[in-house]
Design a protein around this ligand. Structure first.
Ligand code: SF4
Length: 364
């Protein structure tokens, strides 16, 4: 995860997750855990990494789920992300949320927002420290993408209800080709919403998303989107200097920090604080900084890699230790000038993508 706002305004903004992002994870200890409590979903998104649908899937029984949460409260991950599928499709969602919070876990939720009303928002705000709502762009694009008319309006309703109930709320925007192509419209929508965080995910072809090659943007367009996002953060952040501005992050491509570096050097210079953050970034830490637990209890390196099971949740601390021990730099990164200069924090082989290299950037 790269925090564009923090890199552009290091002296002005500091955010809760930055201590995880700009330091190496401890040699021991539990990473952030994403718990996909169900594979069911009420929408049918084209890019769904979990290939969710309305049919039943094999989910942990409630007794095992309680045991899992108790075990997590012992190993204490920095955050537990309740995700899916759509987590609110699970009958026990609110119960698990409450149990996790009462066990002292830092719980956040990742949802499409379409099932959150005022009552639910108030419950969520009582137990979750953050709610991330997915949004794919302007209304028509979002509804087409999600396969359900009215999905956009439902998400906006959820955002307003969560914010009104005092929950820290943000957006997850996947940069699949249609969203990347209509980025300016999406940025306009973002500016109109009362969110405190926006997370741009590079499109990773996984689950249902892997079946539709037309969703993958050209690497050169991804770089253009990154430049535009960086420019947007700079422009809006400069306008509101000294006041509130949402945290803007990107996920899935370590070379995004190169886009920030180039943008800042193009503007006349980059400060020591930004360079310090870049060199301290932990980079791609799938499996070491984050682990996914599927609805049936199987552990995977992250939300997008469902082909590499690592074991069962009961072995979570051992799995994290094993992944850390086996971590090796990606071969294609080892000779890259951005890595040598510690601008890009790619540290791990096998996961993530480098749109900088793919778009023909000179990297060695
Ligand atoms: S090739 Fe270079 S720019 Fe790309 S991810 Fe690796 S270190 Fe970063």
């Amino acid at each position: 995860m790269i925090n564009i706002t923090r890199l552009l305004f290091p002296e002005k903004f500091e955010f809760p997750g930055d201590s995880l992002r700009y330091s190496m994870p401890a040699a021991s200890g539990c990473p952030v855990v994403v718990w996909h409590i169900t594979g069911r979903c009420n929408l049918f998104c084209r890019h769904c990494y979990a290939a969710s649908s309305s049919s039943d899937v094999s989910e942990m029984p409630a007794g095992e789920a309680a045991e899992f949460l108790r075990a997590l409260s012992v190993v204490r991950p920095p955050a537990l992300i309740l995700s899916g599928g759509e987590p609110l499709c699970h009958e026990n969602f609110h119960c698990y949320l409450r149990q996790a919070a009462e066990l002292g876990l830092n719980v956040v939720i990742s949802t499409n927002g379409s099932m959150i009303d005022e009552r639910s928002a108030s419950m969520i705000s009582g137990f979750a420290s953050y709610a991330g709502i997915s949004l794919d762009g302007p209304e028509k694009l979002h509804d087409e993408f999600r396969g359900v008319s009215g999905a956009f309006k439902a998400s906006v309703r959820a955002i307003n209800a969560l914010v009104s109930s005092g929950c820290r709320t943000g957006l997850r925007v996947t940069l699949a080709r249609p969203a990347a192509e209509r980025l300016d419209e999406t940025l306009e929508v973002l500016e109109s919403l009362p969110v405190s965080r926006v997370c741009f995910y590079h499109f990773i072809p996984s689950g249902r998303g892997a079946l539709d090659v037309s969703l993958m943007p050209e690497a050169v367009d991804e770089r253009a989107a990154l430049r535009r996002i960086t420019e947007w953060v700079w422009s809006v952040g400069s306008r509101v200097y000294g006041k509130y501005f949402p945290e803007v992050l990107t996920v899935g491509d370590a070379s995004d920090s190169v886009a920030v570096y180039e943008y800042m050097t193009g503007r006349g210079g980059i400060g020591g604080d930004t360079l310090g953050l870049m060199s301290a970034a932990s980079g791609r830490m799938c499996g070491a900084g984050i682990l996914s637990v599927r609805w049936d209890g199987t552990v995977f390196p992250n939300q997008f890699i469902w082909t590499e099971p690592l074991g069962n949740w009961r072995d979570l601390p051992d799995i994290a230790a094993r992944v850390r021990r086996d971590m090796a730099p990606a071969a294609e990164c080892s000779s890259c000038v951005w890595k040598t200069r510690r601008i890009c924090a790619s540290r791990m082989s096998g996961f993530g993508r480098c749109s900088y290299r793919l778009s023909g950037g000179i990297v060695s």
